[in-house]
Design a protein. Structure first.
Length: 607
């Protein structure tokens, strides 16, 4: 897990300036930093976080026979691939997955990525074809940003080094900012929040022949439903999940895990506990129940306890060493600014501050690798309130089932929230999104222009829309603390399997992620198996926004970049602060957008 940086400039490379930019990626790789000048026009850089094969021979940029790689990520099946390559009489000089990737490319070319199981973003200089070959993993767990113009190509794990080398690129992309504010879209497009900076999309390769760029999609999801008995499906899920967890336990440093009362992290921890003898360090972040307002709990019909620390009692018989981290919101604003600096865009999740504190705690304990449950909701139907329309459509001829399903949902979740989540699905149509803005009277920017987006079904929607946003902050903030995060539910074999299952294997009445729940029965605590509540890491953001004078003053402050219609923004804020509207989600997005502008564009600011 590292930071990558590379540059081709047909005019001339400023070598010392390029090398100095590695300092901006130091947090991604504090164990070793180096640059390798390939020729007068091409240079690679790398910052290393040592996880697999700690020997200095595996430092990067790494070279064999003139082929050079700078690589960020982990290919977990490198052991099996190495054995396959050794049978072809290929000799290795290190024990790293880096060398496996490079030798796989040297043998199989661009087709090598289809053999990789893991997360990656890398570029290889190919001296034979005289090209730069780049690739990003199937789901975009690892970032790859780039700038391309006539005679120039620069790539990086972060945007900041690119706009630092070419300051003229520091221009906001207003269309993408509007996509975020009004539709929540931010990390699934090729475009970024900077006009001329692109991201390589998940599941794509990029070839640069020093004149032109060619983008090639190598991974295609398939949602065709397979016919399989539920018992057989459970057995297959357990087989794949067990294999995925074991692969992601491969490390030459210690591995720990997050732990909540949710099904995802509980399943990971219990699977590790079942198959490995060593004590597993776990981390639980929580907020006290008294911190939450009624608006913070609006998803649920009844008053529920959002204090995650109380869930640890379920794991008393497990071989774990639990760390409980209480979130203090006194300095939330400064912590939020710190997070946005690394995310390099606004973000819709108030939990990023708590998650960043979790990563910091892991690092303080000298941890380097952390297992997390991202991906389970998007593949196996965790966002159950959003799936009401899909369930109704699937069972349109079974009135009894629909009636029972809605009745059970009504006992747990707020009908109002279910209705709004149903309407939210229409935001993918740009005309309906514009209509929604008009009806809600939420337009606070001077111009809006949306992209029409298409999805195969709701699972595809969440995997393309929600998941990338979670992975964005997951990578940015974990690496800000020099932590590698691994996601067992995002093993491509498990995702492909999940996407082939019928919807009733994923959602059964009010129970989301049904196949996970049933497959893990007897392995996870009974209380977690029985729980029907779907709730992410709770952050009392309504309480924070209402009680922080610093945040309130910042929101009302007129900015110098002239993006918001200040008069309309003030009216919206007045509605929130004086009339107690439940608009805290939109207000939070405005807050993080203003922070982003203040960090990257306002003059004489010291954030």
């Amino acid at each position: 897990m590292c930071g990558i940086l590379g540059l081709f400039d047909s005019e001339k490379i400023q070598t010392s300036k390029f090398e100095s930019l590695l300092s901006h990626l130091y947090h991604r790789g504090p164990d070793f930093q180096s640059a390798f000048q390939i020729n007068t026009q091409t240079i690679f850089g790398h910052t290393r976080l040592s996880i697999i094969d700690l020997d200095q021979r595996s430092n990067q940029p790494f070279s064999i026979e003139g082929y050079i790689i700078t690589y960020n990520g982990e290919v977990y099946n490198y052991v099996e691939l190495r054995c396959e390559l050794e049978k072809l009489e290929i000799n290795f000089i290190t024990n790293s997955d880096t060398e496996v990737i490079l030798r796989a490319y040297m043998l199989w070319g661009e087709e090598c990525v289809s053999k990789f199981n893991g997360m990656w973003a890398f570029t290889i200089y190919d001296p034979v074809k005289n090209i730069l070959f780049s690739s990003r993993d199937r789901f975009g767990i690892k970032p790859f940003y780039y700038y391309y113009s006539d005679g120039k190509f620069m790539f990086s794990s972060m945007i900041f080094p690119i706009i630092s080398y070419y300051p003229k690129l520091k221009k906001p992309n207003y269309r993408m900012i509007n996509e975020f504010l009004y539709r929540g879209y931010m990390n699934q497009f090729e475009e970024t929040w900077f006009e001329e900076i692109k991201r390589l999309k998940p599941g794509y390769n990029l070839i640069y022949d020093f004149k032109n760029i060619f983008l090639k999609k190598y991974y295609h999801k398939n949602f065709k439903t397979r016919k399989v008995k539920f018992q057989n499906a459970k057995e297959k899920f357990l087989e794949l999940f067990n294999s995925s967890v074991k692969l992601r336990m491969r490390s030459d440093v210690g591995v720990s895990s997050t732990l909540t009362s949710g099904l995802d992290s509980s399943s990971i921890v219990c699977m590790v506990n079942k198959d490995f003898d060593e004590v597993l360090n776990t981390y639980t972040v929580y907020s006290e129940t008294s911190s939450f307002t009624r608006h913070d709990k609006r998803d649920f019909k009844e008053n529920i306890d959002l204090d995650e620390s109380k869930s640890l009692k379920y794991f008393e018989d497990k071989n774990i060493r639990s760390q409980c981290i209480k979130i203090d919101y006194d300095d939330y604003f400064s912590q939020l600014k710190h997070c946005i600096r690394f995310i390099e865009s606004g973000h819709a999740a108030p939990a990023i501050v708590g998650i960043n504190k979790l990563y910091k705690s892991v690092r303080v304990k000298n941890g380097k690798v952390l297992l997390e449950g991202q991906g389970a909701d998007e593949v196996f139907g965790g966002y159950i309130t959003d799936f009401v329309s899909e369930i109704v459509k699937s069972y349109i001829l079974d009135i009894r089932y629909i009636s029972s399903f809605l009745s059970r949902m009504n006992k747990i979740y707020s009908p109002k929230i279910i209705f709004f989540r149903y309407l939210n699905a229409f935001k993918k149509n740009k005309y309906l999104a514009l209509l929604k803005i008009k009806l809600s009277n939420n337009r606070i920017t001077k111009k809006t222009d949306f992209v029409n987006v298409k999805y195969y079904n709701l699972f595809d929607f969440f995997q393309k829309e929600t998941l990338p946003n979670l992975l964005l902050y997951g990578d940015a903030l974990s690496m800000a603390n020099s932590i590698e995060t691994r996601f067992p539910f995002l093993d491509y074999r498990l995702v492909d399997f999940g996407n082939s299952l019928p919807i009733n294997y994923k959602i059964n009445f009010e129970k989301g992620k049904y196949i996970i729940r049933e497959s893990m029965r007897g392995i996870i605590p009974e209380a977690i198996y029985e729980s029907k509540i779907k709730n992410g890491f709770g952050t009392p953001i309504d309480h924070i926004l209402k009680h922080s004078k610093e945040i309130k003053d910042f929101l009302y402050q007129k900015e110098e970049y002239n993006f918001f219609d200040h008069e309309k923004l003030v009216k919206l804020l007045d509605m929130y602060y004086t009339k107690n509207s439940s608009n805290h989600s939109f207000i939070f997005k405005i807050l993080t957008t203003k922070i982003w502008f203040s960090i990257f564009f306002e003059s004489n600011k010291n954030n």
